[in-house]
Design a protein around this ligand. Structure first.
Ligand code: 0X9
Ligand code: ZN
Length: 425
């Protein structure tokens, strides 16, 4: 073995040691737990800080179920503890890796078909039939700007790994200061239905029949706020939630961007430990991605009156405050009424039923969310976190279109409201 070979071998070993490997969820089960009492819920939530458990859906309001993914080696022990405490559960997914593998196969199939049927096309080569990668999302937005003069592309800055966080402005132009609506998606990496629903909104807004919606209101749409996390979920770890920043010299990466916004930061619902999925970061706005959204928001000088942030899953229209159930915003009556009207529209097409309420009251208290910050500091009059439909983060791509269409019906409500209520900015 020559010295050159040795150097190459060392280099290869070094590169692979630094490259995070694929996370297999072979044998991991998704379990749905019915907590009939506060005590039972407390017991289950004690596992939240355990790395072998991934809480996919939690509601602090009994008797809602908790959906948790448990690694294979912890299953027996966990189920035994549930039995001992008289807590009812059922297995929803027997082997989560199989679900992920099926999803990747479907993605590949859809991509192949799309490439085949669009060969030679220059524009609009995406049909909302699979979950697009970050590059494809940015390409799509670029194509829209080329095709429609009312659409302009912007970047709010770069992510930790250097990806451009892009968005589009849809506006009829002119010199008048207009009220604006900001819609973002992809704060949480694994919630794949979110970016694609934001993207779908762009395709709807530019449709001739919806032109009125942006005559007197500007729309800003940023589909992927957390591109590094999003890309990481494509192939490395399908259930990654946070961004990908390195925290000091620690092994664990990532901050939950929806705990990192600087209003009542860390007051509730977050973790202090960098390895946990709700780690709030070293300081408020410690993360580039949350900083960029804040700066973009503030650069619009109070014109962003409505902020809608797309998450999944659970069919909730959540308004502030998320940090505490003890208080609600001064305009709660308006938030609730708008929520009710939006929910009626969300139900109209396919019967989807949303629940409406303050995030801390109808889901769980969690501080540092973008919604609370937008309302309290960003001066948005209306802020909603929209937990889109689905029963998992892994979601059938055939639902992309219907979810996009029904969600747009709710956006219409906010558009009309903005036009009427904030016309005299
Ligand atoms: O916990 C969150 O960040 C959101 N739910 S998710 O399942 N998509 O992670 C809810 C956020 C609601 N808003 C605040 N708590 N501020
Ligand atoms: Zn989320």
């Amino acid at each position: 073995m020559g010295p050159n070979f040795l150097i190459i071998a060392i280099l290869v070993a070094f590169v692979f040691a630094n490259e995070e490997s694929f996370r297999s969820l072979k044998g991991a089960q998704e379990i749905s737990i019915t907590c009939e009492t506060e005590k039972q819920l407390d017991f289950v939530l004690r596992f939240e800080d355990n790395n072998h458990f991934d809480f996919l859906k939690v509601s602090h309001v009994p008797p809602e179920n908790v959906q948790v993914l448990v690694t294979e080696n912890q299953l027996l022990n966990f189920k035994m503890q549930l039995d001992q405490n008289g807590i009812k559960y059922k297995v929803l997914v027997d082997d989560f890796q199989k679900v992920i593998d099926e999803e990747s196969k479907a993605q590949r199939r859809a991509l192949m078909l799309a490439n085949r049927s669009h060969q030679g096309d220059e524009n609009d080569t995406y049909d909302f039939d699979h979950f697009p990668r970050h590059n494809a999302i940015n390409d799509y937005m670029e194509q829209m700007t080329k095709k429609y003069e009312d659409v302009t592309l912007f970047s709010i800055g770069y992510s930790y790994d250097g990806r451009s966080i892009n968005g589009v402005k849809i506006s009829s132009g002119g010199n008048k200061t207009k009220p604006a609506i900001l819609i973002d998606g992809g704060i949480h990496a694994r919630e794949w239905i979110s970016p694609v629903t934001a993207l779908h909104t762009i395709s709807e807004l530019v449709n001739e029949k919806n032109k009125e919606l942006y005559k007197n209101v500007d729309w800003y749409i940023i589909p992927v706020l957390n591109p590094d996390g999003y890309e990481f979920t494509h192939g490395k770890d399908r259930l990654w939630r946070k961004n990908r920043s390195k925290i000091g010299h620690r092994q664990c990466r990532g901050v939950d961007l929806n705990r990192n916004f600087g209003y009542k930061w860390k007051l509730s619902g977050r973790s202090r430990h960098p390895c946990h999925i709700t780690y709030a970061g070293k300081a408020p706005f410690s993360e580039l991605e949350s900083q960029h959204l804040r700066d973009f928001f503030l650069s619009k000088n109070g014109t962003i009156k409505i902020y809608l942030t797309l998450h999944s899953f659970g069919k909730y229209l959540l308004y502030p405050w998320g940090y505490t159930p003890a208080e609600v915003p001064e305009n709660e009556d308006v938030l609730l009424k708008l929520g009710v009207i939006a929910a009626v529209k969300l139900k109209a097409l396919y019967g989807t039923e949303y629940k409406i309420g303050s995030a801390a009251r109808i889901l769980y208290p969690a501080a540092g969310g973008s919604d609370d910050w937008a309302k309290a500091i960003g001066k948005a009059d209306i802020a909603f976190t929209i937990e889109l439909p689905g029963t998992s983060f892994v979601i059938d791509p055939s639902l992309i279109k219907p979810i996009g269409l029904e969600t747009f019906e709710a956006f219409r409500v906010f558009g009309v409201y903005a036009e009427i209520v904030y016309k005299d900015l």
